[in-house]
Write a protein that binds this ligand. Sequence first.
Ligand code: DGL
Length: 270
Amino acid sequence: MKIGIFDSGIGGLSVLHEAYHQLPGQEFMFYADTDHVPYGLKTPEQILGYAQEITEFLLQKGAQAIVIACNTATSVAVKELRKNYNIPILGMEPAVKPAVEGTEEKRIMVIATPVTIREDKLKDLLHRVDEDHRVDLLPMPKLVEFAEREEFESEAVEDYIREQFSQFDKDKYCALVLGCTHFNYFKPAYRKYFGDNVLLVDGNKGTVRHLADVLGLQVAPDADKDLDEEHNILCLRNTEYFFSGKEIGEGKTLEHLKRLHLRLEEIRNI
Ligand code: DGL
């Protein structure tokens, strides 16, 4: 099965990385729209246009299913894409449901891009699952920039996280929902700020499990085992990577992608 996964940038790699764990036998294409990142500061019309263009591209390359590994693009484009294309198209939304169901009483913080926070999709989700009004929303667009620069643990990152969260009382929180795929890379920094008692919740495992379900694929029985470096590189070599339509072959960019997969492996279970 050839599966296309796309995002505005490197955030979606966290979904692909999870797919390496759960669905190691499949063929993947990964598309990062590096010419247009960040999506979170664009208009819905622009984002819909990019998402349509990418979907066409991946279909032409033989995709039999598509994962929008981007909460922002999902909020504005998933309905339209499903209307227009006749293959399974999966989206992502902030994993609020597992956070609400997996915790009690204390508050839950959802961080995402400004577009995801503004769009009705998240409001509808909260309406359905946040019955006790425990959820707060916080846009953190700068984390996307830091991630694209591969700056994950600098002082500037820590300062930004501290500043953004300073308007809230951190002791009141039991969970932090990472509602943007780019935000996964900063798990150690959130841990440092919130300590060990806050649950970090992302939608990656659930999304890939759902993908397997929809496509009738078997999830690897050892999906939770660590991927050693060699296996990681093997998966990487078997994936076709595109940056805004340009294929990534050997060279510096592939090295960059390799580093990112190694980081994602390191922080997978933080
Ligand atoms: N990775 C994206 C998301 O999950 C969007 C980041 C951006 O381009 O602003 O929302």
